[in-house]
Write a protein that binds this ligand. Structure first.
Ligand SMILES: Cc1cc2nc3c(=O)[nH]c(=O)nc-3n(C[C@H](O)[C@H](O)[C@H](O)COP(=O)(O)OP(=O)(O)OC[C@H]3O[C@@H](n4cnc5c(N)ncnc54)[C@H](O)[C@@H]3O)c2cc1C
Length: 308
């Protein structure tokens, strides 16, 4: 354990610091071993200082939003894991401009936009992520994507410098963005359109009801496990491969939606990874289609995830 890094963070910031914090407590899967050092910055100044200190000491830095799109290894994560649970929650609206910090939950941002009769984000109602995670993933639902009305993003880069990227400097595609893996996103600005309250509310409600009828929302998952290949639905392919309801240990392919892999209780990352490989391999054999993961894997070594 890196004592001097722990002590420096404790001494010089207001952040809460924990050693060997179980990451299962910080993911929607409820899976994941310990974070060597886990920090919960209180504010932006803390966050910047922690990143700069860790980088100076050559310690790896990982960042978690609400952990709703990740599978973390039972072996945990080395170095510093930063959680935005306690910070970067500000949301401000001025006319058609919406500014939000990246620790804000999408649900809160969407509700604020709807309240101000602003259209463009309401399709994301029900995506249980933070703004930071949503931008990295280019989260989307019902035909809308978070990047659509984006103007600019504020971030701290790998050298610890604050930078602003305009939308045209970032490539967004289906569940993908071109941010550097070491960028930590701090805030973003959107330009939305005014619209009739009834239309916005209708979209808002439909986004949530559509979700309830098709997804196993009462189970622990990370949403869609694989991306939909062009012209196909990953869930349909897994279903047609005969794997709906298939399980390994406590990891199960949902009976309701075959692209939702769920933790039935005490699934290990090993169970889940094996199940993912099984689905990947079966779909490849039956349909000659290579499914690509939407969910991010963290803390696994190369040999464990080979072939995915
Ligand atoms: C029930 C359910 C339904 C879902 N439905 C949808 C859906 O309809 N559409 C959809 O797109 N997704 C969906 N998801 C997946 C997930 O909610 C989204 O991808 C979400 O945007 C992830 O945000 P997060 O804060 O949880 O990110 P995390 O899972 O914590 O992190 C995801 C990635 O982003 C990185 N990251 C997080 N915050 C930052 C930051 N501030 N700076 C830099 N990197 C950062 C992490 O390091 C990681 O690589 C669903 C998930 C669940 C559980």
């Amino acid at each position: 354990m890196n004592n001097s890094l722990f002590e420096t963070i404790e001494k010089n910031t207001l952040a809460e610091v924990a050693i060997n914090e179980p990451l299962s407590k910080h993911t929607t899967y409820g899976i994941g071993g310990p974070a060597e050092i886990m920090v919960f910055p209180e504010n932006k100044t803390d966050l910047i200082q922690i990143i700069r200190t860790a980088r100076k000491m050559n310690q790896p830095v990982s960042i978690l939003g609400s952990g709703s799109n990740i599978l973390i290894s039972d072996n945990g994560i080395k170095g510093v894991v930063i959680s935005l649970k306690n910070t970067l929650k500000l949301i401000e609206i001025e006319n058609q401009k919406l500014y939000a910090e990246c620790g804000s939950m999408l649900g809160r941002i969407v509700k604020q936009a709807v309240k101000h009769n602003l259209i463009g984000l309401e399709n994301l109602n029900g995506v249980p992520g933070t703004l930071g995670g949503a931008l990295v993933m280019n989260a989307g639902a019902w035909g809308g994507e978070i990047s659509e009305n984006l103007v600019q993003v504020e971030l701290i880069d790998e050298d610890g410098k604050l930078r602003y990227l305009q939308k045209n400097e970032i490539n967004f595609s289906y569940r993908q963005s071109s941010f550097n893996k070491k960028d930590i996103l701090l805030s973003a600005e959107f330009l939305l359109k005014k619209a009739d309250k009834e239309i916005i509310n209708k979209n808002f409600v439909e986004a949530q009801t559509g979700r309830k009828s098709t997804q196993p929302l009462n189970k622990r998952s990370a949403g869609s496990l694989f991306k939909n290949p062009k012209g196909h639905s990953a869930g349909k392919l897994i279903d047609e491969a005969g794997l709906k309801g298939f399980s390994i240990g406590q990891a199960k392919i949902s009976d309701k939606h075959a692209n939702f892999f769920i933790n039935e209780g005490n699934a290990s990352s090993k169970d889940m990874l094996q199940l993912i490989k099984k689905a990947h391999q079966t779909v490849k054999e039956k349909f000659n289609i290579n499914l690509e993961l939407e969910v991010k894997l963290m803390g696994f070594n190369k040999s464990e995830v080979e072939g995915l």
